[in-house]
Structures are given as structure tokens and as C-alpha cells.
Design a protein around this ligand. Sequence first.
Ligand SMILES: [Zn+2]
Length: 397
Amino acid sequence: MRRLDLRKAQAARFNTIRDINRQIVLNYVREREPISRAEIARETDLQRSTISAIVEDLKTEGLVEEVGEGESTGGRRPTLLKLRAKETIAIGVAITPTRTTVATSDLAGRVVEQQEFLTDPDPDKTLADVINLVREFSARNKGLIEGVGVSLPGLVDPATGRAVFVPYFQWRDVPVSEVISVGVGLPVVIDNDANAVALAELWFGRPEVSDARDFILVLVAEGVGTGIIFDGQVYRGRSGAAGEFGHMVIGTHAPVSCSCGNHDCWEAFSSERAALARYLKLTGVTNGPALGFPELVDRALGGEDKAKSALVETALCLGVGISNLVVGFSPEAVVVGGEIARAWPLVVDALTQTIEHSVRRGLPPAKILPSTLGEQPTLRGALSLILASKFAAAFAA
Ligand SMILES: [Zn+2]
């Protein structure tokens, strides 16, 4: 049976005991459904009457439902509870350098419907498109949407809701939360893409990741970002600016320039753009149709040697940076997210090679794992900015 880590739910600072108890119950139902009130009582310090009152509230709010009866352990057969995940509850907006995806999901993080458009370098245009789609989705789910989570590929201050700096489009100090919130009339939570994906792994990932107290999520996309989970919470640092390891210097003469303009950043060696540049150099084809990174992964998985080489060389560079993070933070796990995770069997040796040669010999090794979120990790991240607050006092508004 899976161990349930309640420390995540006990991180509350500003919430009442009642809120915390409610989140504990909701979490038990989420992780162990179908489960009875008696089972929750046995495994927590909560009184049976407290649990019953909380369950009644959760049923009234449409978050939990009863689903038949379980095995009797002597007396009356207990009624089992599960998450009521039929209804749409959150909207996620994943803004990436190329495209923006807007989607609705249920309480369990399952995507109900989604649409995407090309991201416009002009923030006013992109945010206007976001507002239009959110309004459309919100109108179709009258009164059910509780909030909009937005992930951005850059420096974000979640406390003020402003995009401090998005290098791809040179967005500076854009009040993203305010603009969207005024436009759609819903609460908006924004965060950096890697932080959002780390949050999604923490709450919606598989146990090998979500059970870890300390892990680092490395998001490989057009750039390279990291989300740090310390003690079961996203570590943000001052103004939410922690985790910009994509710009740590790991060498010189990278195959592409970093989004910050330099040629020595980890990102310039290890991003999807770096892998594509290596592949084009190996094949000598520079004037064909632009190749996307997913296609490069497909070619590598299909057995094409040059595609494999480009990925392996990129993974070696990715491993250098991961090795630095492991030496510095000693996390339980490092999770690699993005398209490259699809090519895991091809890149895992190159990724771990440097780490095994590092000074950590003799220390317990950090697990290096592919993302457990499946496709669209950034979208899952954007959605969890809203969904996690249903389960965790630490994130409650
Ligand atoms: Zn850089």
C-alpha cells in the first residue's frame, strides 16, 4: 500500500485547523479512493465525527461522492468515498515560446478540453487571445471554474502576479495576473513553467516522484528551467526568482546562444534548440524545412544514428548540469521533463554518466527519473497551480 505523506498537508501557516483537517480528508480520498470514513479515522488523528462533518461539506460542495459499499469488518458495510471528478473545475494556460495552450480540467487534473494558438511576441495580443479562450471555456462551464493557472517561460513573481522577464519575447514587468483576471473575472495564479511542472509532479505525479521530500525538476524545452521542491514545497527564493540554473555556466562555445544571449549557459548546451543544432551539423542539412524537436526524438527512436548522437551529446551536457545540482542540493531525485523524456532509454546512460563520476561516490545516489506526468507537462503544471490549492493548505489563497 502506498504510504501517504501528510507532511505536505501540514505545511499550513495561515489556515485554521478546520481547513487543514479538511485538506487531510480530501487528500486521503484523492490518494486512496475508494475509501471509507472509518479507514480515514483509523489512519489519522481525526475524530470520526469530525471526518463525517467534513465529508458532508465536501459532498455539498461537489468535491467528494459516495460510491457503493465496501467489505464489512464485522458491523454494517461502510460507504466508500471517491473524488467527484466529473466536473470541470480549473483552467490552465501554458504559455511557451512557440504556442499557448488553454485547457479545462477536473479536480483530478484530467484535461477535459483544450485549444491552442501560436504565441504572439506582443504580450497584449497573446493575453487577449488567452482571455478570449478562457471566457469561452468558462461560459461553457457556468459557475464551475474556480481559477486560472498560468505558466510562463521566464522569471515570474507569483506574489505580485507579474511576469518579471520573459527572455524569448523580451517581456518585462507584465502584470499577467491582473490583465487576465480583469478580462475574465476569475482568480488567476501564475508561475514559472518549471516551478509549475514541479508542483504538478508533487501533487499529480507518480509515487516514485511525489513521495520524495526533496526533488529537482529539470524542464527541457526551448530553454532549460528548474523547479526545486524542498521539504514538500516549491522553493521560490526572493521574488520567486530561484531555480534559474539554466544560466549556470558549464562550458564555452555552446551550439546555440542562450535565451539570455550568452554562449556558455547550461541551457545553450542542453536545450531542444541545442540538440537540433547538433543534429543539423551532423547531417549537414541546413536549408531544408525547419525540423521540430519532437521529430528529432521520433527519428532517434526510429533508429537514425545521427539523431541518436545529437540526443546523446545533449544528454551528456544535461548530465553535467544535473551533476552540479546533485552535488549542491543532494536531492532524493532529479526529474527530467519535456519531450526528451520520451527518448529515455536512449539518453539515460549519458545523463547518469557524469553524475556517477562526481564527488558523491559513497553517498546515496539521487534517482534520475523521467517526468511521470505524461504528455503536456507544462499544461499539467499550469492546471496544478489551481488544483494543488484544493489539497494543500500551503498553497491556499
Ligand atoms: Zn543564459
